[in-house]
Write a protein that binds this ligand. Structure first.
Ligand SMILES: [Zn+2]
Length: 381
């Protein structure tokens, strides 16, 4: 199924078996970036990684069998899926001992991983949801207003309303009226209609609580409509569309997604600039892998900011889970540290575990000059 809302994740996270562990599996299947061959190879590696992890686990034979069946089923399903489907990512949750199986198609590529745990590992799903904005797109002219909801790259119709605003003066059609009165008559109709549309938008907002409002209408309607919007909506009105009520949803979706992308880019630029200015003035911020990881270990991080594709090997203390760039022994408990394939990935997980916000920045950005990673801090020790 497609990942569309938080309820799906909540429901999934409630699954738990008394006797068996659950396998959670994430695969980057973004064919626009890598070839099918590369994806097939990372699928194979991931399954093998799971199998060798499984061998070392001290759990009951039945539990092991269930996990091993999970891996087999996931392997077959994923390779079939690669030829038929084309989502950017795949998330699979399986517990064969309980006959539990759930597949999600993701709009963005996740980091590859396989995890055995008591519960489904849903954090990457929440992160994927958190990266998208809930958008309401409204198109209107004097005859019709149409509302759409756009989320995770999907569009659905919310509501529509018919207008009865008279058009321009027809010759001989307005006998007995002078042109001033006619103009006023039209303006009143238009005002009433747009007022109704503004009210309806607010009702939809209360019901669906969208983050952004996009508006497709002519300038002459906009100048009347915008002041009629509730203050909550004025702050959410983030952009104008060229789309009109008669346009097919596909077209409205396409234009809205382009606008979403532009706005997100602006948001990212803003956050990187804010980080840099905090860094320059020696405020509550840090940057670079070593410093950021140290702040994470100490629980100082409030928001972690990282370039999307950035990854580096590192080390982790198996006892206290502290992360290190290159320490052979844990600085806190002296235990020998273990090698990590990707410390950035672990840092993101650690941040989410500690309820920090994580912001992914799509490169290229000035964050590169600061080591591709940084953080806003709660405090500085
Ligand atoms: Zn330690």
């Amino acid at each position: 199924m497609k990942l569309v809302n938080r309820e799906q994740i909540e429901k999934l996270s409630k699954f738990k078996s008394e006797n068996f562990l659950t396998t959670s599996f994430y695969l980057d299947t973004n064919k626009s970036k890598v070839t099918k061959k590369v994806i097939t190879l990372s699928l194979k590696n991931l399954i093998n990684e799971g199998k060798s992890k499984l061998e070392k686990m001290e759990i009951s034979r039945k539990n092991k069998e269930s996990l091993s069946e999970d891996l087999d089923k996931i392997s077959v399903f994923s390779s079939q899926n690669l030829t038929t489907q084309n989502p950017a990512g795949l998330a699979i949750f399986s517990c064969q001992g309980e006959d539990f199986w759930q597949v999600f198609h993701l709009p963005n590529p996740p980091r590859n991983r396989v995890i055995f745990d008591q519960n489904p590992y849903v954090r990457p799903l929440s992160a994927a949801l958190g990266e998208h904005r809930q958008i309401c797109a409204l198109t209107l002219d004097r005859k019709k207003a149409k509302w759409y909801e756009i989320f995770m790259g999907e569009i659905s119709s919310l509501e529509s309303m018919l207008g009865d605003v008279p058009s321009k003066v027809k010759e001989g059609g307005w006998e007995g009226y002078n042109s001033k009165r006619i103009e006023r008559h039209i303006a009143t109709h238009l005002h009433d209609y747009l007022k109704k549309a503004a009210k309806k938008t607010f009702e939809l907002f209360k019901k669906n609580s969208f983050d952004w409002l996009f508006l497709g209408c002519k300038e002459e309607y906009f100048s009347v409509f915008e002041p009629l919007l509730h203050p909550y909506l004025k702050t959410r009105l983030k952009g104008r569309l060229k789309a009109k009520p008669g346009d097919p949803p596909d077209r409205i979706l396409k234009e809205s997604l382009e606008l979403e992308k532009t706005l997100k880019k602006e948001e990212e630029e803003e956050i990187v600039n804010h980080l840099i200015s905090e860094l320059e003035k020696g405020g509550l911020a840090t940057s670079g892998l070593k410093q950021t990881v140290r702040s994470l270990n100490r629980g100082e991080v409030q928001t972690l900011i990282v370039t999307r594709s950035f990854s580096k090997p590192g080390r982790i203390c198996p006892k206290c889970n502290f992360l290190f760039v290159d320490e052979p022994r844990c600085l806190f408990c002296q235990k020998r540290t273990e090698v990590l394939v990707d410390i950035v990935d672990e840092a993101v997980e650690a941040a989410m575990d500690k309820n920090c916000q994580v912001k992914h920045i799509t490169g290229p950005s000035p964050l590169r000059r600061y080591g591709n990673i940084g953080a806003f801090l709660r405090y500085k020790a």
